[in-house]
Design a protein around this ligand. Structure first.
Ligand SMILES: Cc1cc2nc3c(=O)[nH]c(=O)nc-3n(C[C@H](O)[C@H](O)[C@H](O)COP(=O)(O)O)c2cc1C
Length: 323
């Protein structure tokens, strides 16, 4: 399948949220959404030897790893390691505005160095056979015009990189926290649509503030793919109809109770491998979203975390879900 067809709906990389457990849960709900890991820095892999950050479940495919860094040699090394791990794609983070990331000269501040970003991406692509992509903003600070984005993308695409995820708002490097940077700078979807018109051969995925399948369908009239972050985390069942409605697969009815039980089987198995129950169970909070007993469901999860075991509470937890 082509890059564009596979990436019609993607789940955004989110530190502390889209870890391997959350991605497993999402994969139980949709066979097709394209998953992205949290950002893994080159420093963590090469110097921290935090290889566990690259761990994933084989069921997650298709799954991309997102790297954070700006040293070409390190990025190439990490791209090769990621390919060996079996990832389907490597994505470079050029959108994170945090101070810590800026100090390391990576993330959104790299939008001010398009030639260097182009060198990083093309060097990675020269050394791996899986696709390399970039996730960036519309611009940074007072670079708010479409021309800035156009020039940035133009330089990157000249180096042979075709795959862009664009978070459709500017990044403010000084004065706003990463959290504020996700809602204060205005969304400008038209900039991303224009990019697709100006560069029809590029794969353009739009991101930012997208909350429903209807909105997804509207964006897909203008661009190749849609990336959903917070809305899918807060309500994982949001993605249940994506396989049928967006990818044209036969509709398979899977109730929340079925998903819950499949995920609890997974958690019980992972506990025996030493994974922390709290890290895995917290991803279930959103499953009861909109249900009558949502609050009690969340409290029950907290109780399970406190007890450190699922078995005695499993039936009670399931009964709190509506269907
Ligand atoms: C808690 C949190 C962590 C995030 N971590 C990352 C990250 O590691 N890499 C990245 O490119 N973007 C990260 N983002 C940004 C999201 O990928 C996405 O661009 C942003 O949330 C806008 O999409 P949304 O409105 O659909 O959530 C993070 C967002 C949140 C809320």
């Amino acid at each position: 399948m082509s890059f564009a067809k596979e990436h019609k709906v993607c789940i955004a990389p989110m530190m502390q949220y889209t870890d391997m457990h959350d991605r497993y849960l999402l994969r139980l709900i949709s066979k097709k959404v394209y998953l992205y890991t949290e950002m893994v820095t080159t420093g963590a892999i090469l110097f921290g030897k935090c290889f566990h950050q690259l761990e994933y479940n084989p069921q997650e495919h298709p799954v991309a790893v997102q790297l954070g860094g700006s040293d070409i040699k390190d990025l190439v090394e990490c791209a090769k390691i990621s390919e060996d791990y079996g990832y389907d794609e490597i994505n470079l983070n050029v959108g994170c505005p945090s101070d810590r990331v800026q100090k390391g000269r990576f993330g959104a501040c790299l939008m001010l160095e398009p030639n260097h970003v182009a060198d990083c991406l093309s060097s990675m692509q020269d050394n791996v056979s899986i696709p390399v992509s970039i996730k960036c903003r519309l611009g940074v600070d007072d670079h708010v015009d479409y021309e800035f984005l156009y020039n940035f993308v133009n330089i990157i695409q000249e180096s042979g990189i075709n795959n862009f995820v664009i978070h459709a708002r500017n990044g403010i490097l000084k004065g706003l926290s990463p959290r504020q940077n996700r809602h204060i700078p205005p969304l400008k979807y038209d900039y991303v649509y224009n990019l697709k018109k100006d560069f029809p051969n590029l794969n353009i995925i739009i991101n930012g503030g997208i909350k429903s399948i209807d909105e997804t369908k509207q964006h897909l009239e203008h661009v190749d793919g849609v990336m959903i972050g917070r809305a899918a985390y807060e309500n994982p069942f949001l993605i249940k109809d994506i396989d049928s409605e967006i990818y044209g697969l036969e509709y398979i009815k899977k109730s929340k109770k079925i998903i819950l039980n499949q995920y609890l089987d997974y958690v019980e198995e992972k506990i025996t491998e030493g994974h922390e129950i709290s890290r895995m169970m917290k991803h279930l909070f959103g499953l009861s979203r909109g249900d009558k007993f949502a609050k009690t469901f969340r409290l029950k999860i907290l109780e399970i975390i406190r007890l450190g075991e699922i078995k005695s509470q499993r039936k009670d937890l399931e009964d709190l879900l509506f269907y």
